[in-house]
Write a protein that binds this ligand. Structure first.
Ligand code: NAD
Length: 290
């Protein structure tokens, strides 16, 4: 397949490399000087998009996506697929999709979970919104870049699934960390705490697969000095998107809002920037109730 790939950063570069490795003809563009093995670089986003059957974008936010979409949509052939894998606000995803459809294109919003490791290993999970025809064309690319793609419904539903999932993740990580800090103060051994909770009704992915306490459970960023992993800054971005969406549709999300406020404080006023999102545990360890 002839593929345009715009946004070759931490995630986009390894995703594009995997597509090229699998034998697809990938033309890339990034604002920054980058080179990716097997990917031909174009001089502009429009040039990368011209003649492509699928144009993939992997960009920082909704404003940038809107700007790039404005450049690439007029350059794309009718019937081609605009596949955005960035995490952006639901409104931007839906607006860009409408613009693409009006130009005779298929549009998919397909944010990912799995992080840089998943991008490099081709094991991402894609949450996909958009039309069935586009999903069927993109399916073979999802199979190369990831291990699972779930079609969640019409445009915007991929982003909706992503922010709902990460709102649960942010809240459960905080709950797991504050419970560990309480257990410490009550004199409960961390291994015992893990053995009980991971097999009881308090279990979650945060405890079982990504334990925030070092030396316990499977290997996680806690065992590596809380180097991300999944950075607290990115969790804050996703929590803000969840709260922005909740406001738009008048949904009451008190736990999501509390998680968002706490990660904002952690990243912006404390030492959370650049640390893994599970570094909430050492944060709670140092604190009392005041
Ligand atoms: P990144 O900042 O490393 O990459 C973004 C790239 O986009 C950069 O190379 C930048 O130069 C390029 N760019 C910005 N504006 C551009 C423009 N106008 N034209 C062309 N290129 C432009 O970010 P990332 O970590 O690769 O994340 C990309 C997206 O994936 C984000 O939406 C992020 O939320 C999401 N995501 C990231 C992770 C992760 O672990 N890093 C996990 C899941 C989802």
């Amino acid at each position: 397949m002839k593929i345009g790939f715009i946004g070759l950063g931490n995630m986009g570069a390894p995703m594009a490399a995997n597509l090229a490795n699998a034998g697809h003809a990938v033309t890339g563009f990034d604002m920054a000087e980058v080179s990716v093995e097997g990917v031909d670089m174009a001089a502009s986003a429009a040039e990368a998009a011209r003649g492509a059957e699928v144009v993939i974008t992997m960009l920082p936010n909704g404003d940038i996506l809107r700007r790039v979409a404005g450049e690439v949509i007029p350059a794309m052939d009718k019937g081609a697929v605009l596949l955005d894998c960035s995490t952006v606000d639901v409104a931007s995803a839906r607006d860009v999709a409408a613009q693409a459809q009006a130009a005779g294109l298929s549009a998919l919003d397909a944010p990912v979970s799995g992080g840089v490791g998943g991008a490099a290993g081709g094991t991402l999970t894609f949450m996909v919104g958009g039309d069935e025809a586009g999903f069927n064309i993109a399916r073979e690319l999802f199979d190369i870049m990831g291990q699972k793609a779930v079609h969640c419904g019409p445009s915007g539903n991929g982003q909706s699934a992503k922010i709902c999932n990460n709102m649960i993740l942010g809240a459960t990580m905080i709950a797991t960390c504050e419970a560990f800090a309480l257990a410490d103060k009550l004199g409960l051994d961390r291994q015992a705490m893990f053995d009980v909770v991971s097999t009881s009704s308090g279990s979650s992915w945060s405890m079982n697969a990504y334990c925030p306490a070092p030396g316990i459970g499977p290997k996680s960023p806690a065992d590596n000095g809380y180097t991300p992993g999944f950075a607290a800054d990115l969790m804050l971005k996703d929590l803000r998107l969840s709260q922005q969406a909740a406001e738009t549709v008048d949904a009451d999300t008190p736990m999501g809002r509390a998680a968002c406020d706490l990660y904002a404080r952690f990243v912006e006023d404390e030492d959370g920037a650049g640390r893994d999102f599970s570094a909430m545990l050492p944060r709670f360890e140092k604190r009392g109730r005041g």
